[in-house]
Every structure is written in C-alpha cells, then in structure tokens.
Design a protein around this ligand. Structure first.
Ligand code: AMP
Length: 218
C-alpha cells in the first residue's frame, strides 16, 4: 500500500526542508506546489500568468488551478507508490479535492503531519531565508554562503519573503489554511510535531510519527 503524506505548517515552519528529507528517506517524490509555481514562473508557462501577481502579494492561487496542478502531478508514474506533499492543501476545498483524488487512486489514507512553530519564530526565520535563484533549493540557514551548495547559482531572498508580504502570508495561513488542520484533526493518522526543535530532531520525530501512523491504519 502506498504512503501518502502531507506536511502542513505555516510559512517558515521548515515544512519544505522536512518534506525533502522525508521523501528521500522513504523513496517517494516530494511534491511542492510552491516549487511547481515558481518553476512555472521561471519558464513563463501559461499557469504562471495568473499565479505570479498573487504569489508576490502573499495571496493564494485559486483552488481550481491548484487542484488541477496536483491532480496532474499525482498521476505521474513516480507518485504511484505514494508521495510527500508540501504546501497543498491550503484550503478546505483543496483538502476535499485531495480526498477525492486519493479515493479514486485507491491508494490508502493520508498521513497528515503538522509542523507547529510559534509566530515570532516564523517571522525571524523568514527574514533570513534564502533560496537558489537557479534551481530553487533552500539554502542552509546557518551558512553565510552567497551561492547554492547544489548548483552554484546565486542565492536570493524570495520575493514573497519581504516583510510586508510575510505578514500577509501569515494572515492568509490563519484564515484559509488553519481550518484545514481542523478538517484533518479528528483522523487517526493526524500528528503534530514541535517544529521549534533542531531540524535533525524534527526529522527524527516525523519519521517516527510516519511509522506509527502507518502501523495504526493497518
Ligand atoms: P510556498 O512555497 O509553499 O510557501 O508557496 C508560495 C506561494 O505559492 C504561496 O504564498 C501561494 O501564493 C502559492 N501557493 C503554493 N501552494 C498553494 C496552494 N496549495 N494553494 C494556493 N496557493 C498556493
């Protein structure tokens, strides 16, 4: 049976970093809707046209577009045995659509992991976050390097990590994405991890939670 995992959490919680680690340990694709959108913008593809301005303002891209992106991505062969989703679902409508997709696939229930971090810590982290302007990888926050360790590209602040936009993204998170946690909270495969710990500790906790949740649903 496939392992279908969602990593939830506010902007700056470290969910992208943790999703990469979890996906590589489990041999599953990490599917980040933010990365898919940023790549579409770099390639100026059609989907990017409407998304760019909304992303720069810290707003959400509309549900229909996001659901279509995820449905297409989950249909690719590498997601046949499961996936680690990062940044989706962000609204209850997206969560409902994902439940339908999973049911159609017949690939077992979702494991939902929430990375919880206090808001003052999120603002501090987002102010110093850098990503590669070429490959989009997250830079190591503890390093002062100016180029990407993976591809040598120039590191830059994300345009939506600008302070005013960060506050809007946190507001959008509270308004639209927190209700998604309530949508999932009653499920047996819902787990909350303390995201204020070291990245290694968060990763270890998440791994244990995935094993525990996968065993519980059998
Ligand atoms: P992220 O990299 O996950 O922080 O996403 C960056 C931006 O992409 C968000 O602030 C939204 O504008 C957009 N975005 C990513 N995923 C979604 C989604 N599931 N629904 C709506 N907008 C999204």
């Amino acid at each position: 049976m496939g392992l279908n995992v969602i990593v939830m959490g506010p902007p700056g919680a470290g969910k992208g970093t943790q999703a990469v680690r979890l996906a590589s340990e489990r041999g599953l694709p990490k599917i980040s809707t933010g990365d898919i959108l940023r790549e579409a913008i770099r390639e100026t593809s059609a989907v990017a046209l409407g998304a760019k301005a909304r992303m720069e303002r810290g707003e959400l891209v509309d549900d229909a577009a996001m659901i279509a992106i995820v449905a297409e991505r989950l249909a690719k062969p590498d997601a046949g045995n499961g996936f680690v989703l990062d940044g989706f679902p962000r609204t209850v409508a997206q969560a409902q659509a994902l439940d339908e997709l999973i049911e159609q696939r017949g690939s077992g229930p979702l494991i939902v992991l929430d990375v919880a971090v206090p808001e003052h810590e999120l603002v501090r982290r987002l102010a110093s976050r850098r990503i590669c302007s070429v490959c989009g990888a997250n830079a190591d926050p503890s390093s002062s390097a100016t180029v990407c360790q993976k591809c040598g590209g120039q590191l830059a602040q994300r345009t939506d990590d600008d302070q005013g936009v960060v506050l809007e993204r946190l507001r959008v998170y509270q308004r639209s994405t927190r209700p998604v946690l309530e949508y999932y909270r009653g499920r047996s495969a819902f787990r909350v991890v303390n995201g204020a710990q070291s990245p290694d500790q968060v990763a270890a906790d998440l791994n244990a939670m995935v094993d525990d949740a996968a065993a519980a649903r059998r």
